[in-house]
Each structure stands twice: as C-alpha cells, then as structure tokens.
Ligand binder design. Structure first.
Ligand code: PLP
Length: 361
C-alpha cells in the first residue's frame, strides 16, 4: 500500500534503518549523546536558543502540558478554531479545569487577524492564545507570523499546535515570539509514532514553575531539570523514534532548511495541480493551502468515502474526510517518504476511480 495519509506517514528508509539498532539504557552515555544531539538539531531547525524537550507521548501530550503548566486553574484561554484540532485544544482546556473562549472560523479559512485583535481587546483577562498552525482536517495553513505578532502585542502566552506543520512549514520560535510549539514524530519528519517534541520559552518555564497541581508526567520543569542534569527524560523515552528523528534532522541539516522546506512546498504544489487537472476543487482558501495535506471536494453525487475506499483497492491509502467533512471530502496527505513516481501513479489511479464512478452513475 502506498501512503498518502494524514499520519502516520511512510517513513524515510534511512529512518527505518536507524531504528533497527540495538537498544541501550536511557541512563547510558550513548543515550545522553543521542538525546542532546537531537535536541540541538531541533533547536537549530526551529531557530531557538531557549529550550527544546522530548516527550514519550504523541503530540497531544504537549497540548495537555501547555494548559496544565501555562494556565492557572480556572484561567481563560483564547482558543482559535479553524477545524477539528482547534476543537480538540478547547476540549483539553476544558477537561483540565480551565475556560476556553472559542474563536471559530469557517471551514477552509484561516484565523482572521482583525477578529483575533478584537477578541483580545474584548477579553483582556485571557492568559494564553492557542493556534493550530496547520489544520489537518481542512488543509489550511494559518498565517502564523502575523498572528504571533498580534498575540505578542497583547502580551499573552502563545501555544502553537504544529503537529502537521513542523518539518514542512517554516518556524522561527525566538523571532516570532512563540511560547510553545509542538509536534509529533509521525508527520512531516517521516518517523513512526510515539515521540513528541516542543520548543518552550523561558517565560513559559517561569510561569510553569509557580503553577499548582500541574501533575508529573507532563511537567515541563521536571523535563527541563532532567535534561539539564541527566541529559535524559524522567521516564523511559521511545529511543528508536529518537534515533529516527536524529537521522532525519541530519538529512535536513545536510540539505539545508530552505531546500528541505522547498521540497515540501514543491510537492504540495504538484499535488494541488494534479487535483485541479482532474477538475476537482480544494477546500482551503487560496493563499492558505497546507504544505502537508490537501482536502478535496468529492464530485457531485459521490462521497469522499467512496473515493477513499476505491483508492485502497488500487493500492493507495489516502485519508478520509475528517469531522463534519467526512462525506463531502477526501484528503491527500503529502508528508514523509513520497516520490514523484508515487504521485504520478496515485493520480493515474484517482483518474480511473473517478471515471469508474461517473460511468456507474
Ligand atoms: C493538527 C493536529 N493536532 C494534533 C494532532 C494530534 O496529534 P497526536 O495524534 O500526535 O497526539 C493531530 C493529529 O493528526 C493533528 O493533525
């Protein structure tokens, strides 16, 4: 099966090879070297001199951590929502006993900067703002540098869900003023699932130091202390995934960040061109299309689910539409190990699936 999924995605062969190495203890010198080198590579990639942490969880672990460590019990968080993962952030806020103020936008649209400004004017007591950089359910990339500027002007903490953006869209943590930006291994870095990582600001670590009842497993200060003193994590980390991430970050360093990101934007452009050539429409508003996933409207009279199922029969795993868009759309993921040949063959299969559907109707 060839994968055009939303994650887990097809892993880079170099990653799979590195992950087959024998284990060592997470208290050994070998682990300490792997850990600190991976952290340093991530710091360079994310353009930060503050802190990068590795969590033995999926990306949602950092969502939980940002709220428990960065927002007072019962405190207010402005949650911007452009799709299903923004809604998840609101649930995480609520289930941790904080108050989400939901700022929701139409599906296919990004966060509107003026509306964000207005919400911050009207709610001066919010402690933090959350932004989904790339909304995987709609295929929209938010204009993060512009939005971050606004959040900083109002002097609020800024938490960014970059689960399906990091590794494919640019992130400059320090100059954009982000307090937490997190991702998972199974997306644009092309590594199996099980590892999460985030850049965390000094300011957030200070706020977190004083936060009551923040729990143990996702306590940012505990992870920072273990990293500084033991060059490791408090509990057992997913060592194979860290080996895989380490290799892919070295591939990026060798290629250069700019060329790596261009590889992703060129690939996304190629996918969008192919979709349009088949006469299909894309959900994302022009100018805000995702570099990692394209959400496509199924043609009149046919369901996105049908297209997904028929593509599977031809050996291609796309992604189903998500949430409210399940029937109306299907998604083409473009993260991880995908060749130009894979893309061409996927479009040939899609063309014949669409023809079969039309002939049957
Ligand atoms: C934008 C976004 N946020 C959060 C998540 C959840 O990430 P994880 O499954 O690694 O916890 C996903 C997963 O698809 C996502 O796409």
């Amino acid at each position: 099966m060839r994968l055009f999924t939303a994650g887990p995605v097809a892993c880079f062969p170099q990653v799979l090879e590195a992950m087959s190495s024998q284990m060592f203890s997470h208290r050994s010198r070998e682990y300490q070297e792997l850990h600190m080198e991976t952290v340093e590579l991530l710091m360079n990639f994310l353009e930060t001199r503050q802190t990068v942490l590795l969590f033995p969880s999926s990306g949602t672990g950092f969502m939980e951590s940002s709220i428990r460590c960065g927002v007072s019990p019962n405190g207010k968080v402005l949650v911007t929502i452009i799709g299903s993962f923004g809604k998840r952030y609101a649930e995480v806020v609520e289930t941790n006993g904080r108050q989400p103020l939901k700022l929701e936008f139409d599906l296919g649209s990004p966060v509107d900067p003026e509306t964000l400004k207005q919400a911050l004017d009207e709610n001066p007591d919010v402690e933090a703002v959350t932004i989904t950089y790339n909304e995987t359910s709609t295929g929209v990339l938010n204009p993060l540098p512009d939005l971050a500027k606004i959040v900083k002007k109002y002097d609020k903490l800024l938490f960014v869900d970059a689960v399906s953006a990091m590794g494919a869209a640019d992130i400059k943590v320090d100059s954009w003023g982000i307090d937490m930006v997190f991702s998972s291994s199974q997306k644009a870095f092309g590594v199996p699932p099980g590892l999460a990582f985030a850049a965390v600001s000094d300011r957030l670590l200070e706020v977190s130091e004083r936060m009551p009842s923040k729990g143990w497993y996702f306590d940012l200060n505990l992870y920072k202390k273990f990293q500084d003193e033991k060059k490791s994590t408090p509990s057992t980390p997913p060592i194979p995934q860290i080996m895989g991430l380490n290799v892919v970050l070295k591939m990026i360093r060798e290629m250069g960040k700019h060329s790596w990101l261009k590889m992703y934007s060129d690939r996304a452009e190629k996918i969008r061109r192919g979709v349009r050539e088949l006469g299909l429409d894309i959900l994302a508003k022009k100018g805000f299309e995702s570099p990692t996933i394209t959400v496509v409207f199924a043609p009149e009279g046919c369901s996105g689910l049908d297209i997904y199922n028929k593509m599977r029969e031809k050996g291609f795993e796309l992604a189903k539409g998500y949430g409210r868009l399940k029937e109306a759309t299907f998604r083409i993921g473009h993260m991880g190990h995908i060749t130009d040949e894979d893309i061409e063959e996927m479009f040939q299969a899609l063309k014949s699936v669409l023809r079969e559907i039309v002939e049957k109707a």
